[in-house]
Design a protein around this ligand. Structure first.
Ligand SMILES: NC(=O)c1ccc[n+]([C@@H]2O[C@H](COP(=O)([O-])OP(=O)(O)OC[C@H]3O[C@@H](n4cnc5c(N)ncnc54)[C@H](OP(=O)(O)O)[C@@H]3O)[C@@H](O)[C@H]2O)c1
Length: 314
């Protein structure tokens, strides 16, 4: 099969399309013929940190069709259309076929395309975890999403609206129209306005990438407000872990998102999408032989929506 392999000597992107052996599922795994993969920060961050998957194939979110199942698999069968998150199972999605434990996948719902479904793992599921589980979002709250246009941010804006919040989103000039169209009540252009100095206080601040100092975020919270940091560089995560608890004395709470999304979270957002209550925001599509370029572009951190890799012809 064709797969995008990590090769540190291959310039400029360290990734190379190669012919490799098709994987074989063990008793607890399924073999999936990948239709579409989507790129996620987990891919390029792992690569930058030298955390290379055993089979040297990145790709954490996939949709496709089950080709064979291990004998212990009960909930899936050959021919099922599925979507899954491989980040905890050795990656491997940027290839014509992948194997992973059955629990990595859920059935793709009928009204949702493979391309739309693949935008959900790691992006919408992370936004859900951050808002609902860490941020304890409630109807009528005022929520600030800092970085409202990437895969996680665009999902966070939509989900915060779904939960009945008033949403203010932060993005750059070029993404204002898109972020408003997602339902944000107010959109602030961070290149023109320093929103950290404003007078409005929020019940919940979701910081995608943690681009501003913790104290600036804390200032934006009302007396019982919650700040949740999603992702970011190791340095940002470290600071948030180290100082977040110190800044959480009193009513305000400052937390990094540490919990990982699971298949129930994926089912939740997949159902919303299938019912037409949550939109896939696809920014660009690339074929597998251009996936290295796609990864390079995506890793710059300004893609307004998901970058997806179309692997099989449909
Ligand atoms: N389990 C987890 O914790 C988990 C899972 C998945 C992802 N993540 C993390 O979530 C983060 C976001 O990932 P993503 O896929 O959504 O993509 P992304 O491409 O990193 O999204 C970046 C967002 O940040 C905005 N941004 C960039 N610079 C900014 C600034 N100075 N001020 C305000 N906003 C700024 C961008 O908007 P503009 O383009 O308009 O500048 C864009 O909306 C990553 O750090 C990733 O590691 C965590």
């Amino acid at each position: 099969m064709k797969a995008l392999l990590y090769n540190k000597n291959n310039s400029p992107y360290k990734l190379q399309l190669k012919e490799v052996e098709k994987p074989f599922p063990n008793d607890d795994e399924v073999l999936v013929k990948v239709v579409t993969a989507s790129l996620n920060a987990a891919d390029y961050r792992s690569m930058k940190m030298g955390m290379i998957p055993k089979r040297k194939i990145f790709g954490s979110a996939v949709s496709g069709t089950i080709e064979s199942v291990g004998k212990n698999i009960q909930h899936l069968k050959c021919g099922d259309e599925v979507v899954g998150d491989l980040a905890d199972f050795g990656f491997g999605g940027l290839a014509e076929y992948c194997v992973a434990p059955g629990k990595a996948f859920i059935r793709k719902l009928a009204n949702t395309s493979f391309d739309d479904a693949v935008t959900l793992p790691l992006a919408a599921t992370t936004a859900l975890k951050a808002l609902r589980d860490k941020g304890n979002i409630r109807q009528g709250q005022h929520v600030l999403v800092v970085g409202g246009t990437g895969g996680v941010g665009s999902a966070a804006v939509q989900l915060a609206k779904y939960f009945g919040a008033t949403v203010t989103a932060i993005c750059s000039t070029k993404n204002i129209a898109q972020t408003s169209a997602l339902g944000a009540d107010t959109v602030i252009d961070y290149t023109k306005n320093d929103f950290t100095k404003g007078n409005i206080r929020y019940d919940l601040v979701l910081a995608i990438n943690g681009n501003y100092p913790l104290l600036a975020y804390r200032r934006l919270l009302n007396s019982k407000g919650i700040y949740v940091m999603v992702g970011g560089t190791l340095n940002q995560i470290f600071k948030s872990l180290l100082f977040g608890w110190l800044l959480s004395f009193g009513g305000k709470k400052m937390k990094p998102l540490t919990a990982k999304a699971n298949s129930e979270d994926l089912e939740f957002v997949a159902k919303l999408m299938d019912e037409g209550r949550f939109k896939a925001i696809i920014h660009q599509r690339y074929p597998l032989d251009k996936a290295a370029e796609a990864m390079h572009y995506f890793s710059k951190g300004h893609a307004p929506g998901k970058v997806i890799i179309n692997i099989q012809e449909r």
